[in-house]
Design a protein around this ligand. Sequence first.
Ligand SMILES: C[S@@+](CC[C@H](N)C(=O)[O-])C[C@H]1O[C@@H](n2cnc3c(N)ncnc32)[C@H](O)[C@@H]1O
Length: 231
Amino acid sequence: MSDDLESTRQFLQRHHGGDGHRAAERTVTSHGRNHDEDFWAFWDKYTPRADNRHVADLGCGPALFLKQLAAKHPGYTLTGIEIAPYMLARIDDKPHNLDIRIADLNAPGEEVFPPASIDACLANMLVHELFQPVILFQRLHRWIKPGGLLVLTDNVRQPLENFLHHRFPDTDFSSDALSPQDLNDSFRDYFEHNRYTADELVRLLELCGFEPIEQQQLREGRALRIAARNR
Ligand SMILES: C[S@@+](CC[C@H](N)C(=O)[O-])C[C@H]1O[C@@H](n2cnc3c(N)ncnc32)[C@H](O)[C@@H]1O
């Protein structure tokens, strides 16, 4: 295994709270909330109707979204990309049309997909976990067909004060004793989960060759869903 793959895995294990199996369990239990009726309405609005499409899910976790798609569209070709062993371990009973590949989406090789081979692509809560998304967006610009779709959902930056009040409820920051370790961890978590504003994400997509066509605010503005067309 390459050093980069291993160091990304170590970063993610810590980012996911140090316990990968619990993180995978959380991903399973939050699947319905992250892929609710509104999500499916948004997805169906922009994805092609035909039944022989290639759809990719980036950072697919236990691949529940892809399994739902497989059940709805047996004619689709489905590809999930994932790196965390504890997420990969949850992918059992793979439908015949689902392929899972292991790659580091911080700098995926050009060969992961042939050029212009993907019709639609989802990245649900992936981008904030990347060290930077530029190389991935460049690759997607090459891999997704011209006019094809990228749907991206992620946290967007919230004020530090809101985050601190949520993390340390009923705390008087002017006088209460706080553990340095808890504070160190909370500031690290803040910056890892609040990397980009909505405008920054939109602009990054534009810079990398996509045309954002719709944005939805989620969770009172703490998250964003974007549909973007590949130019
Ligand atoms: C918050 S989870 C979301 C999982 C899934 N998309 C969902 O919505 O249920 C983010 C996923 O992205 C994966 N991931 C994060 N960084 C990655 C990277 N550099 N390469 C591949 N997968 C990555 C994580 O392991 C994790 O499974």
